[in-house]
Design a protein around this ligand. Sequence first.
Ligand code: ADP
Length: 388
Amino acid sequence: ENYHAVLTENRKLFNELQELKGNIRVFCRVRPFLPGQGAPNTVVEYVGEDGELVVTNPTRPGKDGLRKFRFNKVYSPDATQAEVFTDIKPLVRSVLDGFNVCIFAYGQTGSGKTYTMTGPDGASEEDWGVNYRALNDLFKISQSRKGNINYEVGVQMVEIYNEQVLDLLSDDSSQKKYPFCFNFLFLYSLSFFTSCFRFTLTLHTLGILSTTSQNGLAVPDARMYPVKSTSDVITLMDIGLQNRSVGATAMNERSSRSHSIVTVHVCGKDMKTGSVLYGNLHLVDLAGSERVDRSEVKGDRLREAQHINKSLSSLGDVIFSLASKSSHIPYRNSKLTQLLQSSLGGQAKTLMFVQLNPDAISYSESMSTLKFAERVSGVELGAAKSSK
Ligand code: ADP
């Protein structure tokens, strides 16, 4: 890629991004009916290209039951993974210019959060979700700028379950059991014999690692692995996913009750000026937002539900107190908001995918998802000052 072409493209992106700065964008994605689900009975009446979505109350057919929403974008059920990624590419690439970006998927269990963020099980490249595509895109663009700006790209993957942070790329066997010794060997060789050490060293040399952990940019104690090729992207993502799903079978679909966060760290050195920039991208697949009836759950399920409620409502609290320019932003109230602090507020850019299950059975959950999304989409984060 020609450097001048890249600069021109950057300028264009920069102008687009000026618009984004400080705002939360909300993109709503409606998942299709799945085969074998019986006759589709949809609540989604209309999906407009201009960001309009109309849903209908299944118990009140006719005009009275219609409710209209407007978001920055609305995807119909047939939107492809590639289309979705094309729309968020400028946001993802701004990380290479030193911005902090956070992309969430919010919605009830089964609404397509993991599909959007990761893709379906065993996804081919065409079905890759945002995580694979973003990581691969950042890696490829960083390669194309080599010589002008030299980048290091590193990845961390963690899961927050019951307010505990688990490292999905850890090779600590007390925390995670690797199903295949291949994974262990891969991580082992990557971290000890090749460039993990160099990457960490580079960050140290540049004084970035200590700054990032102090500011909460890097997840403390979670291993960071370098990305040197597309196959590293695939292997790291696969290991993280495998670890997440191993936990899930053992603990009854735990993945829908935990948040998973992929963090891509980018550090670039401008070879002409010697200046260094640092950006990070948080890609978050949130726990299911459905309300659990407390009278019906006990023990572990109740504890999980309480933790999920607490962290999702803390996320809302942070967003809304940023919006109201409050002098105290309650980042400390949950592990989730603590870890994402650098990407919420200030100059950071935030995008929320609101996921909907179109089935009439999910109407009330869909309405509460949409109402949350509606509140969030009006939020401007830029002007607020963060407090510790
Ligand atoms: P969640 O992460 O919100 O619990 P999933 O991503 O697991 O939901 O989606 C539930 C099911 O719907 C999965 O089988 C998934 O493959 C399928 N699905 C979700 N979104 C889409 C889509 N846009 N196109 C095709 N299948 C989808």
